[in-house]
Write a protein that binds this ligand. Structure first.
Ligand SMILES: [Zn+2]
Length: 248
């Protein structure tokens, strides 16, 4: 994962062909809850698109397969979903996050793209694995998938209550040593690592997954963080937008 200083987004060398554009926004892109910010980003950088799909996220594992427009406008909002998939070109799939984990899926051969949002609720319900099932249903293959795990809160800052710890331990006993760290009197969870392990378990090759190693709560300059907002006074709130687009 690296910062593309022209576009001012985080992206990955895994996506190294011209068919796709994928990225994770920072504060520089503005508050992701406002679609205008993403529209002006695409216009400013002369990137063609015909539609931006904006989910109304509800911490579910619902995935919407976008095939055709249901309105004539640039922005199409889809209710009650946390994942999007399409085979269409010029369609920008988005999610917004501020500590939760954004994940981008690109099936290079069949040219299927997807994006999902998962906080602890989506992660424990294995949203990232459901996304892969949907890519396969749409005609894709696991071996052709490139996956990017975007900026989220690190285990440095994501302490969870004991009850939550046991809930995860019950569901993911075999990886609980890898996803939890105990320090400062409490259990700390890495949602990014959990999702990484879920993808590996599903059969995605290690070399086809890229992930962002830093923490949204620690890096105030670049990222909005829900935790930071909740814990600190006078903290501005916003969300980062992540997107994926099939260009050809
Ligand atoms: Zn941190």
């Amino acid at each position: 994962m690296f910062f593309n200083s022209n576009l001012k987004i985080f992206t990955s060398f895994l996506i190294n062909n011209n068919y796709f554009l994928a990225g994770f926004g920072t504060k520089e892109l503005g508050d992701g809850r406002k679609s205008e910010n993403l529209i002006s980003f695409f216009k400013k950088n002369n990137i063609n698109f015909s539609k931006i799909i904006v989910p109304k996220q509800i911490h579910s594992t619902n995935v919407y397969f976008y095939q055709q427009a249901t309105n004539p406008f640039l922005v199409e909002k889809i209710e009650d979903i946390d994942g999007l998939i399409t085979k269409e070109k010029d369609v920008v799939l988005t999610v917004i996050t501020a500590d939760c984990v954004p994940i981008i899926f690109i099936e290079e051969k069949e040219k299927i793209i997807g994006i999902s949002h998962q906080g602890w609720r989506g992660s424990i319900k294995r949203m990232s694995q459901k996304m892969i099932d949907k890519v396969i249903e749409a005609g894709g293959k696991i071996e052709n998938l490139k996956i990017l795990i975007g900026p989220s809160i690190g285990d440095c800052c994501y302490d969870v209550k004991e009850e939550r710890y046991y809930q995860f331990k019950e569901e993911f006993d075999s990886y609980s040593e890898k996803i939890f760290r105990f320090f400062k009197g409490g259990w700390h969870l890495s949602l990014a690592k959990l999702n990484y392990l879920l993808l590996i378990d599903k059969g995605v090759k290690k070399e086809n997954i890229d992930f962002f190693p830093f923490c949204t709560n620690c890096d105030k300059k670049r990222f909005f963080s829900y935790r930071r907002y909740k814990r600190k006074k006078n903290e501005e709130y916003g969300e980062m937008v992540s997107f994926v687009l099939r260009k050809f």
